[in-house]
Design a protein around this ligand. Structure first.
Ligand code: 5AD
Ligand code: SF4
Length: 429
């Protein structure tokens, strides 16, 4: 979500005739789009802002702006106001589209310009976007979250859930297809509750059927699904829509029913496992990935074992793993039995040791198989090696010409690793 917001910020600035630079010293404007989800993201911002003090002294014309989730918190704005006075403009998650006005309102000699809205019912359409890729695109389908998982700041920084009108989403996807985009990723904190705030009450499954009809778009992905809202109707839509990829990201966070309750996740381990079983039965080749938090307050060794048990029973293709991070203002931050860092770290390592061989095993069936790959770029270390993703979101490396970037190709897999597959180019489409 933040990455896509950054694409909008760049799109707005592009229209104002700014150009991008990698060199801070030559910038007229530096904007930090901040994240608050875990403490390390937050600390990084303070470090980065501190470093700019000197630069601002050397170049007083430089405008420094900070936006994003962190700016939604008054305490954090106060820290910036008192300790980072070289910051010029602060705005939040609900008013990115106001950036041109803020820049023109800002006066070098004035105080810090701050404009943050607590929440907004309004969805601003037609914000310019400068996308990172020319063949795959993020498309917001909804904003905010109503779930209030007890560890999470998102409902406080992104406000209440609101869905975008289906016509607006369709228009954006039609435009993307005309521009040659092949893959879209539909974004929402909980895509399964899409449509609840709309008069039409269109469901997420119905939205998928609608977008599946757009010519030119070859792949549809979506993030993120909350297990409590994943309907049979959606499973059927994933199965029936040929463009919807065989990959579901289904965060389970913890395998312990006590912890799930304390997290306010509204499902049990058993319900989650049943759901995954149903999905795998209906769509046998589907890749399942997840998010897991280790060391939530009150997590005992037995609770953690339940998490490992879910990992083993599901057999995840991959997982994002997080050490629980105290977020001020969330209910979990006030819970008494916080887990010591040393125990969290030990459990974290054990979790990785459990996950890795499972991911490797999930990749084994790809050996000698031909897979469709959307070529995304060259490998970091070797320009003659291309990298791309299968429909199941596996990273594939193979030899090929740079001109294939953005194209769909067939690759025969000859080597399987934990994180990647390697193969030979067979055909281009
Ligand atoms: N501590 C650790 N991980 C968190 N996440 C969200 N909040 C926290 C937190 N306070 C993780 C969850 C979520 C993912 C986006 O980030 O696993 O699914
Ligand atoms: Fe955070 Fe839970 Fe909403 Fe996801 S569903 S954004 S974890 S509150």
């Amino acid at each position: 979500m933040n990455e896509h917001d950054s694409e909008m910020i760049i799109g707005i600035l592009d229209q104002m005739n700014f150009t991008q630079t990698e060199n801070k010293a030559e910038a007229d404007l530096i904007i930090f789009n901040t994240c608050l989800i875990r403490e390390n993201a937050e600390n990084k911002v303070y470090g980065n802002l501190g470093e700019l003090k000197e630069l601002k002294k050397e170049n007083p014309e430089l405008i420094i702006a900070v936006c994003g989730c962190m700016m939604q918190k008054k305490e954090i704005r106060d820290i910036i106001k008192s300790k980072y006075r070289h910051v010029d403009i602060i705005f939040g998650t609900h008013n990115i589209h106001r950036l041109p006005e803020l820049l023109s309102k800002y006066n070098q000699n004035d105080e810090m310009l701050i404009e943050v809205l607590e929440d907004s019912d309004h969805i601003t359409e037609y914000v310019p976007v400068k996308r990172k890729f020319s063949f795959k695109a993020y498309v917001n389908i909804m904003y905010g979250c109503n779930n209030f998982c007890t560890y999470c700041v998102v409902p406080y920084t992104r406000g209440r859930e609101k869905s975008r009108e289906p016509e607006d989403i369709l228009n954006e996807v039609l435009k993307l297809s005309k521009e040659g985009y092949k893959e879209i990723t539909l974004l929402g904190q909980n895509v399964n509750s899409y449509g609840k705030t709309l008069d039409s009450k269109l469901t997420f499954a119905q939205l998928l059927y609608m977008l599946n009809e757009v010519d030119g778009i070859e792949r549809i992905r979506f993030m993120t699904s909350h297990p409590k809202d994943l309907s049979d109707e959606l499973i059927e839509a994933i199965k029936k829509c040929d463009k919807v990829c065989e990959h579901i990201h289904l965060p389970f966070q913890s395998g312990s029913n006590n912890i799930l309750k304390s997290m306010n996740r509204k499902y049990t381990k058993e319900k989650y496992l049943e759901l995954v079983e149903k999905i795998k039965k209906e769509i046998p080749d589907i890749a399942v990935t997840t998010d897991i938090i280790v060391g939530f307050p009150g997590e005992t060794e037995e609770d953690f074992e339940e998490t490992l048990d879910v990992v083993k029973q599901v057999g995840y293709d991959s997982a994002f793993t997080f050490l629980y991070s105290i977020r001020k203002g969330t209910p979990a931050a006030k819970m008494e039995d916080q887990v010591p860092e040393s125990i969290k770290n030990k459990r974290f390592q054990k979790l990785l040791d459990t996950l890795h061989p499972i991911s490797y095993n999930r990749n084994l069936p790809y050996l000698n198989k031909i897979v469709e790959v959307l070529v995304e770029g060259t490998s970091k270390n070797n320009e003659s090696i291309l990298s791309g993703r299968t429909r199941t979101n596996k990273l594939v490396h193979f030899k090929g010409e740079k001109s294939l970037i953005g194209k769909l190709v067939d690759v025969k897999i000859n080597t399987v690793k934990t994180w990647t597959l390697e193969g030979d180019l067979i055909t281009t489409k």
